[in-house]
Ligand binder design. Structure first.
Ligand code: OAD
Length: 277
């Protein structure tokens, strides 16, 4: 059975163009070894769900000053303003739906031996598309978490949060009564230690056969480092982004298209070749 499948795949690979063939060979080989896939996503993946990006046209940071909304100092100065901005974003996300890019990533996760999604997005669209929590790291936090600014208390309670949002109250911690804040990473803050450990554990277990980086300007050095380190052993590095980024020159394949178009196609290609079955 394995032999027959191997021969069939070899035959169909012969019909591929050289670039595809290289890609095909790599993945084809992987079926019989160990398929490890790392996907890194950013705001561009949620753009087609109607969630604004940060640095793109109409992006948040084109219209708002991050130092007034997304820093601990901004929260200390004007918690009401900061909460209002996050509440508006929460509401926009609640009204949004996962798009074909989120669905494609979820499909890939299901069909890969070892998979990790590291998203910089604080929305829940990857989760709603079906990625299980153990296969996803939200490295910049989760907008639906409310955590205490004074102690370690945190909560993720859709209904409760929603009621408070309607009343425009700044929620207080039920343990220590300090002001609570959105459970996201702000400028000048450390990445969440547990989530960082999960990324490092994945990276320490070995290189990836395939790294996909989609919808991010790759502004942060750690995103660039993780993509390059994980693809170090000749793994494919596919970038999905209509625009150039610092990672573009390292990519083995560039897809200058919206994620909702390119990602479903890539995942179909991989699964049609039996890579991640
Ligand atoms: P950015 O707004 O910096 O970048 C969005 C990227 O998505 C750009 O490179 C666009 O070209 C690309 N893009 C736009 N539409 C797309 C589409 N339909 N399909 C694919 N790509 C598309 O967002 P991030 O890179 O995610 O952090 O930003 C990283 C972090 O900076 C965010 O998590 C946030 C922000 O400040 C914090 O708030 C800590």
């Amino acid at each position: 059975m394995w032999q027959a499948e191997r021969e069939l795949a070899t035959l169909s690979l012969a019909a591929l163009k050289p670039a595809e063939r290289r890609f095909g060979n790599r993945c084809f080989f992987s079926i019989f070894t160990f398929v490890r896939v790392l996907v890194l996503t950013g705001a561009g993946v949620s753009a087609e769900s109607g969630i604004p990006t940060f640095r793109g046209k109409d992006g948040y940071w084109r219209n708002f000053d991050p130092s007034k909304l997304a820093t601990p100092e901004a929260f200390a100065r004007d918690p009401q303003l900061v909460w209002e901005w996050y509440r508006e974003r929460r509401q926009r996300i609640r009204n949004a739906r996962p798009n074909p890019a989120h669905e494609a990533v979820a499909r890939l996760a299901q069909r890969t031996n070892e998979f990790l999604l590291v998203t910089q997005n604080v929305d829940d669209l990857h989760a709603r598309a079906g990625i299980p929590a153990e296969k996803m790291v939200q490295i910049h936090g989760d907008i639906f978490v409310t955590r205490c600014s004074g102690c370690d208390f945190e909560r993720r309670d859709y209904e409760h949060e929603y009621e408070q949002e309607q009343e425009h109250v700044i929620p207080r911690c039920s343990k220590c009564d300090a002001l609570t804040r959105p459970g996201v990473v702000w400028f000048g803050e450390q990445l969440p230690w547990n989530e960082l450990q999960r990324v490092e554990n994945y990276l320490d277990r070995g290189a990836s056969d395939l790294v996909i980086i989609a919808g991010t300007t790759a502004t942060f050095g750690y995103i660039v480092d993780w993509a390059l380190w994980s693809s170090r052993d000749g793994g494919e590095l596919i970038e999905v982004n209509p625009e150039e980024t610092p990672l573009s020159r390292f990519a083995t394949r560039l897809l200058r298209e919206p994620a909702a178009v390119a990602l479903p196609r890539i995942v179909d290609e991989l699964t049609n070749w039996g890579v991640a079955l």
